[in-house]
Design a protein around this ligand. Structure first.
Ligand code: UD1
Length: 343
């Protein structure tokens, strides 16, 4: 019998890629998503990729009764919780939206899990919890810094809620995955990142500029204390990231030695500056990206990249796709969107 995983936010960017990898690894999936920042077509596209249609329930994680119906309808073994609001800037404007959406959703799941005997939870956290780390590359032991935004704070608070719940005797186990900067799209070009309105994250802005939707990309700052003056991040291919979730789910369901809460950095271990990223994109695709140097963006940290050794050793996972292939996948997705008349 296949084990069934509940994926909240399963039609979103990282969620949809993870559903594909779960299905391809022999799991059944039920998605719950309120479609606030995604599209139901994604379920069709997942089916086109894997040949298997995931179950889909249009449910808001804030709606406790509706979520409970899903727990009652399906026999769920594990949960991957992606559903969350994620725009850093918007979270400063609308903090209560972020605190309600991101925190109450998690509380609902944690309350329902023991009642329905669901053992494992994987939580989408972020390298944002480290702020500007004192030492690079950053390990899981690095101190948590005061959050720069309500969005970042919800990730920290949710990590604490999970720790406190398990410490109080809840029978569940949890794995917290701290993502660095996920980019790229599935090689089929059928699923990828489709932000509402003007993209805030660099890759969708860059590919929209390369295809002519946007005039030019602003490089936010070239006067940082880095080799070329632009900020440095650890860009990780979303399919590699999705595969880490399968490794984490296998571990949580099968490994008896698991600690009640485990934390992993998911990154490549390589830092890349904004200017290097643009260069690599132009070389990998042969497409120019008009860009200009603009002022620094409030709240940006200077540089961060992961030490992924723990995930490599304990999860048996490694991000092994090259940055060139990753950037080509993002470009392929942007071109396919235009062919489909979406952008
Ligand atoms: C931020 C959050 C991260 C969150 C992610 C998803 C922080 C520190 N990080 O990542 O937790 O998960 O958003 O929403 O809050 N850049 C440009 N021009 C642009 C856009 C970005 O130069 O038009 C630069 C930024 O200055 C940064 C890099 O590109 O150096 C990456 O930016 P972005 O994609 O927004 O991700 P983060 O800010 O790193």
């Amino acid at each position: 019998m296949k084990k069934r995983i509940l994926v909240t936010g399963g039609t979103g960017f990282i969620g949809s890629h993870t559903v594909v990898e779960l299905q391809e690894s022999g799991y059944d999936v039920v998605i719950i998503d309120n479609l606030s920042n995604s599209n139901a077509d994604t379920v069709d596209n997942i089916e086109k990729i894997t040949g298997i249609r995931p179950d889909f329930e249009q449910v808001d994680c804030l709606d406790f009764a509706a979520v409970e119906k899903v727990f009652a309808k399906y026999k769920i073994e594990g949960i991957i919780h992606f559903a969350a609001s994620k725009a850093v800037g918007e979270s400063v404007q609308k903090p209560l939206k972020y605190y309600r959406n991101n925190i109450v959703s998690l509380i609902n799941l944690l309350e329902l899990m023991p009642k329905y005997n669901v053992k494992g939870l994987i939580f989408s956290s972020s390298c944002t919890v480290y702020g500007q780390p004192d030492k690079l590359p950053v390990t899981e032991e690095a101190p948590i810094k005061k959050a720069e935004s309500p969005y970042g704070n919800t990730k920290q608070i949710n990590e604490e809620i999970i720790h406190d719940t398990i410490a109080s005797g809840s029978p569940i186990k949890a794995i917290l995955l701290r993502y660095f900067n996920p980019i790229g799209a599935h090689p089929t070009g059928l699923i990828g990142e489709l932000p509402n309105g003007v993209p805030q994250n660099i890759l969708p802005y860059l590919t929209q500029t390369a295809i002519g939707i946007r005039k030019e990309l602003s490089v936010f700052g070239d006067d940082y204390p880095t080799p070329d003056g632009s900020c440095i991040r650890d860009y990780i291919y979303v399919v590699d990231l999705a595969k880490a979730h399968v490794c984490a789910m296998n571990r949580i369901l099968d490994n008896k030695q698991l600690e009640p809460v485990e934390v992993f950095n998911l990154g490549t271990g390589q830092g890349l500056s904004v200017l290097e990223l643009i260069n690599k994109f132009e070389t990998a695709t042969g497409v120019k990206v008009p860009h200009k140097i603009a002022g620094r963006r409030a709240g940006d940290i200077v540089q961060v990249w992961a030490d992924p050794t723990k995930a490599n050793k304990v999860l048996g996972w490694k991000a092994d796709t090259t940055i060139e292939d990753t950037l080509r996948s993002a470009w392929n997705w942007q071109v396919k969107l235009r062919e489909r008349g979406i952008q």
